[in-house]
Design a protein around this ligand. Structure first.
Ligand SMILES: [Zn+2]
Length: 280
């Protein structure tokens, strides 16, 4: 609507200085509008019966977490479809969750709604799943890349949520990666190939946090260039996320936005150099 009004203003008043001022104001307004539009709408889907109170609590939990992801990194340029399934009796608020990318960007949460809002907010699953959506699906062979990415970001989002201090973020990230490295046994093959074995043998912590080591190292490298992983992602979400197709497109775009070419060489190393990803 605002864009249409701007066109009309220009068409009616011509190109006098006043009209040009008006046009500039319109442009600013349109930019503000498009930024507002970039904020994700969360679309709720209830796959099982939930009471009104449970629905309120679950919506509050995911809304707050999605806002924390957008505050930590950048607004999603699309709506996010959120599906809830009941899964009680597993001893945790979110026993299972996964993302789907077609036909919409979606997350399926399998939840035990008997837990409190605070218990949901202290769980890492929603920060992890919502972080996944910041980049496109990269294919099963490179799911270590996707899992490492989401694992590396999840504690940062939990800091924004107010449930972890910055010290706890560093401490927990360091502890998880160290533990993964200690439990890693495939020293003679590149991590990319070891990751397939880790996935098939369900050694998920080594698989996830080995991938996170890859991103920790990338972030450290970018910080030496006065940038950071989050800084590059901010630009990526703003310009290019909607055009994203696959891993090679993603990596090339991130390298174009970064102050130095770091993503492609790091990925090359993970597929050609033997051992656990080097991290700092
Ligand atoms: Zn994941």
């Amino acid at each position: 609507m605002i864009r249409l009004a701007c066109y009309l203003t220009l068409a009616i008043t011509g190109t006098t200085p006043r009209a040009i001022n008006k046009a500039s104001a319109c442009l600013l307004l349109a930019m503000a509008l498009s930024i507002t539009n970039a904020q994700a709408e969360l679309i709720w889907h209830w796959q099982d019966p939930f009471s009104p109170q449970e629905k309120t609590r679950l919506k509050h939990w995911v809304s707050k977490t999605a806002a924390a992801v957008e505050q930590t990194v950048a607004p999603y340029p699309f709506d996010v479809h959120v599906y809830f399934h009941r899964m009680a009796g597993k001893g945790e608020p979110v026993p299972w969750a996964n993302t789907r990318r077609r036909p919409n960007q979606a997350i399926h949460f399998h939840v035990d709604p008997s837990y409190s809002l605070q218990q949901f907010l202290k769980d890492w699953t929603a920060p992890h799943e919502l972080s996944h959506l910041l980049i496109p699906y990269v294919g099963q062979d490179y799911s270590w890349f996707a899992e490492g990415f989401a694992s590396y970001l999840q504690y940062r989002v939990m800091h924004t949520l107010g449930v972890l201090t910055p010290e706890q973020v560093s401490q927990k990230t360091h502890a998880k990666i160290s533990q993964a490295q200690d439990n890693y046994i495939y020293h003679k093959i590149p991590f990319h190939y070891a990751a397939q074995i880790l996935r098939e043998s369900k050694q998920y912590p080594v698989y996830y946090w080995g991938g996170a080591a890859f991103f920790q190292s990338l972030d450290a490298r970018l910080q030496r260039e006065q940038s950071s992983l989050v800084a590059v992602l901010k630009d990526y979400l703003a310009c290019c996320r909607l055009q994203a197709k696959n891993l090679s497109n993603l990596v090339a775009t991130l390298d174009r936005l970064a102050p130095a070419q770091v993503f492609a060489p790091a990925l090359q190393a993970a597929t050609t150099e033997a051992g656990f990803p080097l991290w700092e």
